[in-house]
Ligand binder design. Sequence first.
Ligand code: CO8
Length: 372
Amino acid sequence: SSVVISGVGLWTPANSISNEELVISYNAWADQFNQENQAAIETGELDAKPLSSPEFIEKASGIKSRYVYAKEGVLDINRMRPLLDARGDDEVSHQAEMAIFAAKKALIAANKTAADIDMVIVSCAYTQRSYPAIAIEVQAALGIQGFGFDMLVACSAATFGLERAVDAVKGGTSKGVLVINPELTSPQVNFMDRDSHFIFGDVATAVVVESGDTCQSAHSFDVISTKCVTSYSNNIRSNFGYTTRATDEDPYAPDKLFHQNGRKVFKEVCPMAADHIESHLLSEGIQVSELKRWWLHQANLNMNLLISKRLLGRSATLEEAPVVLDEYANTASAGSIIAFAKFHEDLAAGDIGVICSFGAGYSIGSLILRKR
Ligand code: CO8
């Protein structure tokens, strides 16, 4: 019997920040920095902080706005990072909270309860602690028997997690899997870096994977196949980790936050992603022209247009390759799943689509789906 995706849940934070709001704050911070360091800047000891602009951001990335789990602190030029409440051991953690919201929605969409799930994978770009796993906290909160674990694969965490889920159902290890992506990216964003302050947003997505035999969902997809690839690159990196305390490095240093060589990433990842999608489709005997929908990673609009152009000979339309990054920005691994969550119900039985993620690692993951 087939393995299916039978439900998807999307939890969107209540707070958003527009490009305009973000740039006003960044520019006020940069002006303050430049004034305070005027002497050192004049002697050439320090570089002046350059100003950002909403026009640049939208043109270079397609991003207009982003959601944030906590807005307080982000725009405060004397803080420039979100302010989260520190929670005790007996309280639900921030990431588990996000994950639970999305998981409940996915279960409803799949027409399932906790009793139908026996494996919980929390896969995302960061977990707020190493143990106990966020997945186990979520498993307990939802009353799920079986087991859960966390996995980190940056932007491809969702697709790689889904591959694990599909294999577990196919191999009989599991009857139903929840793959949850609580992408709490904002604590790792350097809001004092003009090149990257606009890139990320927070969100949580969740997907139910089960056997076609048990599926009772109104909108389900056969997973035709999955394909994951990694290739080591330092062009997207964060050096923050549990050893930071022992290396006596500054935990606030820019290298301890998200940083990238954006141009290089753009140039290297676009052809990799295009080739990946094409070879994955061909391995299943599917032509690119047969694809009804491309649920692509949502990092950069120009990147997605370039990838589809390489494969189709023209840019994909918004109907073919839906865009959510204008509203959500880059939400690490959740981007392609948000696109899937918002744009799958209109497909007809037999229609084929591909979910594809690409990013840090580098990591690329894809799933070919057929509407049931
Ligand atoms: N405002 C005004 N001007 C700016 C700004 C700004 N905000 N930023 C840069 N500029 C300037 C630059 O300084 C540069 O000036 P000059 O030409 O004088 O040097 C000029 O504008 C052009 O700059 P870039 O070359 O940097 O601009 P690009 O057109 O290449 O656009 C992008 C920059 C948008 C970053 C683009 O390169 C891009 O999107 N690349 C792809 C990146 C990508 O997909 N990365 C994936 C990262 S996400 C990931 O893998 C997940 C990691 C885990 C999650 C982390 C969560 C925190």
